[in-house]
Design a binder for this molecule. Structure first.
Ligand SMILES: NC(=O)c1ccc[n+]([C@@H]2O[C@H](COP(=O)([O-])OP(=O)(O)OC[C@H]3O[C@@H](n4cnc5c(N)ncnc54)[C@H](O)[C@@H]3O)[C@@H](O)[C@H]2O)c1
Length: 427
């Protein structure tokens, strides 16, 4: 288990300059974490180069972006995209028998999840094929990237990839129950995780969320011979938020990507031990395209309001207040979130050493009810406080990661609400 290591002070301003390059490994979405660090790099005049996961045609073939998709993605990124598909994972890779993991699950009904049996040898064959495809494509991407790097440029490689839910139809209803189910619709994460379907997810999460960082570090070895290269990746391993005036470590349950995120930390630590500047930055819970499935993950975002007040970042607090229903205040949000964070249903399983924890019916029901109560305080369900706070977090995290990456001090850092509020106070 990685030793807990929080960043407490805002790092000095980075010396990256015009001509240096930020390479984003993963696609950029409107509210995704990577926006923060890209804006920092752009403000310094750095060149931004991006990647794509590619797209699947209706027959399942993985292809690069077409001209229209490429133009839209480059406009969104504000930089060139190396158009070679970097989809990770193996859910659509044939096994030895020609059948993909997704196709093996065709016709399986959601309530049959416990009885599904998958041949580990076939799954492993698909996994190895997926890894080979990813690494071959990554090698081609790195070749293009190398040709684009000015001779004296420093390179900041940003890893933002996470995911890997197999795209078989059966998973969506199962995951909805796992993360959002209450009463009859509740599904316990522990037996699911130990089932063959759960273990397929585990392998896929490891591949997409963690091992891609290892492949990225390996495939860019030649770049390290000619350039100063730093690697920064987004992790999650709980987060400290302000509870009754003190910063307290807490986490979202059930976070099934947690084991893959620990593996990501281990990959950065192993690289660091070999003299490579690779750092995983563990970040707070926010709402993005990827986290939208995990209702309740945002309950611990509201205490950021307290940290922002403490650091005098009033503009964000005022903006949140303006989105609330008449008669509601940001103080109400903090009170409800605080009650949640000190409730025994939430604290009884809070334990760093045995993280990540599985769900229980009472804990999940309480988490979802608090989530609904907090969201109901917004005047307009389409313009919510969580979006403003999420943006503040990715801006603050972007600034911290960018500046810390100039002279990185460790393979794993936690960026908690305290230091993020401090970073925002300096903007
Ligand atoms: N949202 C949160 O609460 C939160 C908290 C801590 C850390 N993070 C981490 O931040 C990073 C960015 O996530 P985000 O929440 O901003 O969401 P996002 O949806 O904006 O980003 C997810 C990224 O994963 C990539 N990706 C997804 N499936 C992939 C696949 N099969 N192969 C290759 N790439 C794939 C996408 O292209 C995208 O770049 C992730 O590592 C995530 O785990 C998120």
């Amino acid at each position: 288990m990685t030793k807990y290591h929080a960043m407490r002070e805002v790092p000095a301003t980075a010396g990256f300059k015009k001509g240096d390059v930020l390479f984003l490994c993963g696609e950029l979405f409107g509210r995704g974490y990577a926006n923060g660090i890209i804006d920092e790099a752009r403000a310094k005049g750095m060149t931004i180069i991006g990647a794509t996961v590619g797209r699947r045609d209706s027959d399942g073939t993985l292809r690069p972006l077409n001209a229209e998709e490429l133009a839209a993605a480059e406009a969104n990124l504000g930089g060139k995209i190396i158009n070679i598909p970097l989809e990770a994972g193996f859910d659509m890779e044939p096994g030895k028998d020609g059948v993909t993991p997704c196709d093996r699950l065709k016709g399986v009904k959601p309530d049959e999840w416990a009885s599904v049996k998958l041949d580990p040898a076939e799954v492993d064959f698909s996994r190895k094929t997926g890894t080979k495809r990813f690494r071959d494509n990554l090698a081609a991407v790195v070749k293009e990237l190398s040709a684009l790097l000015p001779s004296k440029a420093d390179l900041l490689v940003v890893h933002t990839m996470a995911g890997g839910i197999p795209r078989a139809r059966v998973f969506m209803p199962i995951l909805n129950k796992l993360f959002k189910g209450q009463g009859d619709r509740f599904l316990a994460s522990e037996p699911f995780w130990n089932s063959d379907l759960g273990q397929l997810c585990a392998l896929s999460f490891n591949e997409v969320t963690a091992d891609t960082l290892g492949y990225l570090i390996e495939s860019t070895a030649s770049l390290r011979e000619k350039h100063d290269v730093r690697y920064a990746a987004y992790g999650y391993h709980g987060c400290e938020v302000m509870v009754n005036g003190e910063f307290v470590w807490q986490s979202y349950t059930p976070y099934l990507q947690g084991w893959a995120k620990i593996r990501l930390e281990e990959i950065a630590t192993a690289a660091w031990d070999n003299g490579i500047k690779a750092t995983v930055y563990n970040c707070p819970e926010i709402l993005t395209n990827s986290s939208a499935l995990f209702l309740g993950v945002e309950n611990s975002l509201y205490p950021l309001l307290s940290a922002l007040k403490q650091e005098g970042v009033d503009s964000v607090v005022d903006e949140c207040q303006s989105l609330l229903k008449e008669g509601s205040t940001t103080g109400d949000l903090v009170k409800i979130a605080t009650d949640y964070l000190v409730n025994p249903l939430i604290t009884s399983t809070r334990d760093y050493d045995s993280w990540p924890q599985h769900n229980s019916p009472a804990q999940q029901e309480y988490m979802l009810n608090v989530s609904a109560e907090l969201i109901s305080l917004n005047a307009d369900p389409k313009e919510i406080v969580c979006a403003v706070l999420s943006r503040a977090v990715f801006v603050g995290v972007g600034r911290l990661m960018f500046n810390s990456s100039w002279n990185p001090q460790a393979p794993v850092f936690w960026l908690n609400h305290d230091v993020i509020a401090k970073a925002l106070a300096g903007i």
